[in-house]
Design a binder for this molecule. Sequence first.
Ligand code: C2O
Ligand code: CU
Length: 540
Amino acid sequence: MNHQRRLLLLGSAGAAAAASIGAPVVAATAKAGAQIDVHIELHAVPDQVSVRPGTATRVWRYRGKLLRGDTTALESSAGGYLGPTIRVRRGQRVRIDLVNGLPESTIIHWHGLHVPDDMDGHPRFAIGPGARYVYEFTVDNRAGSYWYHPHPHGRTGKQVYAGLAGLFLVSDDEEAALDLPSGAQDLALVIQDRNLDADNQFVYLDGNTGAAPQRRGMMGEGMMGGGMMGGRMMGRGMGSMMAGMMGVLGDQMLVNGSLASPRHVERRAHRLRLFNASNTRTLKLAWRDQTPLTVIGSDGGLLAAPIQRDYVMLAPAERVELWVDFSHWPPGSGLVLRSLAFEGGMDMGGMMGGGSSLPDGAAFDVLPFRVGGGTERNESPPARLSTITTAEPRMAVNYARPKVFEMTMGMMVWGINGESFDMLGASELETVKLGTHEIWEFRNEGRGSMMGMVMPHSMHVHGLQFRIIGRSVSRRFADEYGSVKAGFVDEGWKDTVLVMPGERVRVLLRFSDFTGLFLYHCHMLEHEDTGLMRNYRVEA
Ligand code: C2O
Ligand code: CU
């Protein structure tokens, strides 16, 4: 079916559904008559794209239409299944209509943005097939690399895996004054792991991505194990159930929605924005030739100054920005961005066996680069990148008694302090006052886990950017921790933080501008979908 016709059909299905449910859902905080700088329509639709040579892959993806604003505000992705890249400036008023062309409910979350709760894509706002959700907000974030993805309860993992994700890049005056590499020298690279069957279709758990057909055959046939548990040692149902909880790992690396193919780069400075948009896999990124990395940014934009790392850890949903001067390498050279081996991943010592042919924490190539000709320029990044106020833990109203949020496992469900997701609920501990700072401590000590197994988690808080003010690890995990700890980028603003086995991470948060119900959760999407998610409530 060609695309035109598909959209037409979706359109009429949409009209029918809209008629039956009434007017489009317009978030309450939308201001009638406010001047809109950018207006975009995003359609979530089934589609087919070439992910690797051969049969096209059935995916779900976002397609965008710019209704108002500079043509630079919406850039459709080149090849692959990623949604269009949205580029806005801080201070702009944005309206985005989500039109659900999928056969199930969905909603979009703007990952990292500071917006009112009814603009944030909480699962309680999910809309059914054919319906429309109208977002409207003022972009109030620092310049940085944010992104958007679905957030319906229990189905986020499946929908992201099917292809739904896109970039939301914000610029501001402070960043513009730096004159950082731009255009072809500003490369956004979205890294995702997937399992593909012999017919190039995504394999998710029992094949139920919706985009993919029911999986043929048993878990454990060939190398297409549906997750860490794969099969071999367990029947399909059990393996899939375990993977559905522990997380789905893939053995194919995709970059920007298609099989990672070499990037050709000029011998000059580049800005590399790296996104880990994998469902569960954590990356330990480094150059294969061990050239150190120059890090200039993280989740919430530019750091105060560039820092050096031999490798960087990037958990699901984290971002890091690198300054790379490719004139460091001779013309014609090839270099490879790799994920290095690390301990403490969710493989758990191979106890479960089978699984994806690429366990968590295994080493693999992510993306090759080919360096072009041209003369050496030797460009270095600006010594000062942005203004970042010092984190002042003493500003927290609970400075003396940090709130503890512990990742827990019950009878095959995840939780936080023993509680799973509750759509409208937030406990007293999860209630905060508008305008205050708090210290939260995420603990990952394997409470309630089966046989003492502990795996990493990637903790994300909606609606704000926080600061990381402390980490500690229990002795029992010190060795594993040693293989990752030099790769944290804790200096800047963050919205997601890797919490390794045995680790406690303290963060300083500020609840400003918006009251209401927001999420915090593990961004390993199968954990999130099976209970490792809770609300927090901001009260006036
Ligand atoms: Cu990027 Cu609640 O998620
Ligand atoms: Cu998790």
